[in-house]
Design a protein around this ligand. Structure first.
Ligand SMILES: [Zn+2]
Length: 78
């Protein structure tokens, strides 16, 4: 089974759909077992949706990555 750390590391791949079938299955299996990671992925997705809904187009990829990192660090630092 994947470790929580791996879930955090792979969360953006998972949300972007940038993941193989087997990897995705393992990821979802972990989510089914682990309430902490379920909450993490939910918050992570909400953060990304928030960025997408910003009313301006000039957000750089760098800024988005920065937010991703901040979410990953703050929500699951144990
Ligand atoms: Zn977990």
């Amino acid at each position: 089974m994947l470790k929580c750390k791996q879930i955090v590391a792979q969360a953006s791949e998972y949300i972007d759909g940038d993941m193989g079938l087997l990897q995705k299955f393992r990821f979802q299996f972990h989510l089914a077992m682990c309430v902490h990671c379920r909450r993490f992925v939910k918050n992570f997705t909400a953060g990304i949706e928030m960025i997408k809904r910003l009313p301006y187009d000039d957000v750089s990829q760098e800024q988005i990555d920065c937010v991703h990192r901040r979410i990953a660090q703050s929500k699951h630092s144990r």
